[in-house]
Design a protein around this ligand. Structure first.
Ligand code: ATP
Ligand code: MG
Length: 419
C-alpha cells in the first residue's frame, strides 16, 4: 500500500477527549476513528491488524474442528424469553428497539440463545455430536462506562465459539482443547507471557468460569496470580475457601491489574433444556445437549496489544499482527530518483510476498520518521539519496532501535526478512 493513497492522516497530538492510552494511540496513528463514546470505526491500518488477529484465531478455531458461520445481529425476543434473559432486570445492557409493524427486537449481546435454537433444527442424534461452531460478529452492549477505548466498546467485535456434546467426557475433552487453543492464540499475538487462565464467577453450570487475563494497568480487573503454578483467581471471587480449593495462596500471590481478553464457560444444559436442543442416544432415550461457550474480544485484543506494545513515540506492533511487515520510507530528493528506486524496491518486496507500506508522500523526513514511529511497523527501510549513491538502504528495528545498512539488492533485503 502507498501511504499517499490513504485519506486518513496521523495527528500531531493525541485526542483530548480520550483517557485511555489504546484509543489515544490508535486514533493518533490513524488506525481507528471515534464516532461517539464506546463506538469506533476501524480504518484501513486498523483493519489490517484486526484481520491478522482474526486469521490467527480462525486457524486455532479450525484446529478444534469448529466450523465458521455468521449469525444475525437482530435478536428475536421470544427466544430470549425462554431462558429469561430478555428481562432488563436479568440482563441490563440490551439495546432494544420496536418494529413499525409492532413487537420488539434486540441487538445481539451474545449468541447462546439463537445458536441453541438454530441447532435444535439440525441436531437430533448422538451421531450428530460433538460439534462446534464459531463466528466473528459484532456485539452491542449498553455498557455503563466506556472509558477504556476499544477495550470496552458499546459495539465491538467478538469471536464466539459454541460447543455441543452428548456426554460430560466429550464436553470436557473439547473444553480442554479449547483452553489450549486459547493459550496458543495469546502466545501468537504476543501476549502469551503476560496472559493467565484465571478462575472467575459466571460459571453457569460448574462453579467457575475460566477467564484469560492479561497483565496491564489499563485493565479493569484485579487478579491474584501464583507465578509458579501459573494459576490465578479473580479478586471478585477470592475467599479462603476458594484460595484453598484452587491452590492459590492469597498471602504469597501477586495482586495485579489485568484485562479479560477471553473466557470460557461450561454451560451444561442451561440453554439446551429451555430451547429444546436434545438428542437421542443409542437406546433411543432423549437427553439435552451439553454446551460450552468460548469468547474472545477481537477489538479488545487489539487495544490490549496497543497498550502493552507501545513507547513514548507510539505503537510497536508484534510482527504477527502488524499492519505491514515493512515501512519503506522514500526521502525526498529534487530529481525524484529516490522515489523511483523506492518504488522499485516496493514492487520487488511485494513480489517476494512481503507486506510493505511505502511512504511516498511529499512531506519532510522528520514528519515521515515521526509517523513511522507512531504507526509502529516492526521494520523500517529508509531510502535516501546518500545511501543510493553508495548502493545501500538503512533498516531499523522498531522494537530494539537497532539500525543496519544493507546493500540495495533485493535478495539481500528479502533474506533479511525471511531468513
Ligand atoms: P467484561 O467483564 O470485561 O465486561 P464479559 O464478562 O462481559 O467481559 P463476555 O460476555 O464473556 O465478557 O464476552 C466475551 C469476551 O468479549 C470478553 O472476554 C472480552 O474479551 C470481550 N468483551 C466483552 N465486553 C466487551 C466490550 N464491551 N468491548 C470489547 N470487548 C468486550
Ligand atoms: Mg461485560
Amino acid at each position: 500500500m502507498k501511504q499517499s493513497t490513504l485519506p486518513f492522516k496521523t495527528r500531531k497530538d493525541a485526542p483530548k477527549d480520550e483517557v485511555s492510552l489504546n484509543a489515544r494511540l490508535l486514533i493518533q496513528a490513524g488506525f481507528i476513528h471515534k464516532e461517539m463514546a464506546g463506538v469506533y470505526s476501524i480504518l484501513p491500518l486498523g483493519l489490517r491488524v484486526i484481520e491478522k488477529i482474526k486469521a490467527i484465531v480462525r486457524e486455532e478455531m479450525e484446529s478444534l474442528g469448529a466450523a465458521e458461520l455468521s449469525m444475525s445481529a437482530f435478536q428475536e425476543k421470544a427466544i430470549w424469553e425462554k431462558t429469561g434473559r430478555w428481562d432488563d432486570a436479568v440482563v441490563d445492557n440490551w439495546f432494544k428497539t420496536t418494529l413499525k409493524s409492532g413487537g420488539e427486537l434486540g441487538l445481539g449481546i451474545t449468541h447462546e440463545e439463537p445458536i441453541t435454537n438454530m441447532l435444535a433444527e439440525h441436531v437430533s442424534s448422538y451421531k450428530d455430536l460433538p460439534v462446534a461452531v464459531f463466528q466473528f460478529q459484532t456485539k452491542f452492549r449498553n455498557e455503563l462506562r466506556a472509558k477504556s477505548g476499544i477495550m470496552r466498546g458499546r459495539e465491538f467485535l467478538m469471536k464466539d465459539l459454541y460447543s455441543f456434546s452428548a456426554t460430560d467426557e466429550e464436553h470436557a475433552a473439547f473444553y480442554n482443547r479449547a483452553k489450549d487453543a486459547y493459550m496458543r492464540i495469546f502466545q501468537r499475538v504476543g501476549l502469551g507471557d503476560i496472559t493467565f487462565p484465571t478462575y472467575a464467577t459466571g460459571g453457569i453450570f460448574s462453579q467457575f468460569s475460566l477467564e484469560f487475563q492479561t497483565i496491564t494497568d489499563a485493565g479493569e480487573d484485579v487478579i491474584y496470580l501464583d507465578r509458579k503454578s501459573k494459576l490465578a483467581i479473580n479478586k471478585e471471587i477470592m475467599s479462603d475457601d476458594i484460595s484453598n480449593e484452587i491452590g492459590v495462596d492469597k498471602a504469597t500471590a501477586e495482586e495485579l491489574k489485568t484485562v479479560e481478553v477471553g473466557n470460557i464457560f461450561n454451560l451444561g444444559t442451561k440453554f439446551s433444556e429451555p430451547l429444546g436442543l436434545t438428542f437421542k442416544d443409542e437406546k433411543g432415550d432423549r437427553y439435552p445437549v451439553i454446551m460450552g461457550s468460548y469468547g474472545i474480544g477481537i477489538g479488545r485484543l487489539m487495544g490490549t496489544i496497543a497498550e502493552v506494545f507501545s513507547d513514548e513515540k507510539g505503537l510497536v506492533w508484534p510482527k504477527s499482527v502488524a499492519p505491514f511487515e515493512v515501512h519503506l520510507i522514500a526521502l525526498n530528493d529534487a530529481e525524484g530518483k529516490v522515489l523511483a528506486e523506492a518504488e522499485n524496491i516496493y514492487q520487488l518486496l511485494r513480489t517476494a510476498g512481503i507486506e510493505v507500506l511505502l511512504d511516498d508522500r511529499h512531506v519532510s523526513a522528520g514528519a515521515k520518521f515521526a509517523d513511522a514511529d507512531l504507526i509502529g511497523i516492526p521494520m523500517r527501510i529508509v531510502v535516501g539519496s546518500k545511501g543510493l549513491a553508495d548502493g545501500t538502504v538503512e533498516i531499523t528495528d522498531r522494537h530494539t532501535g537497532e539500525v543496519k545498512t544493507l546493500a540495495i539488492s533485493v535478495p539481500d533485503i528479502v533474506t533479511h526478512f525471511h531468513g
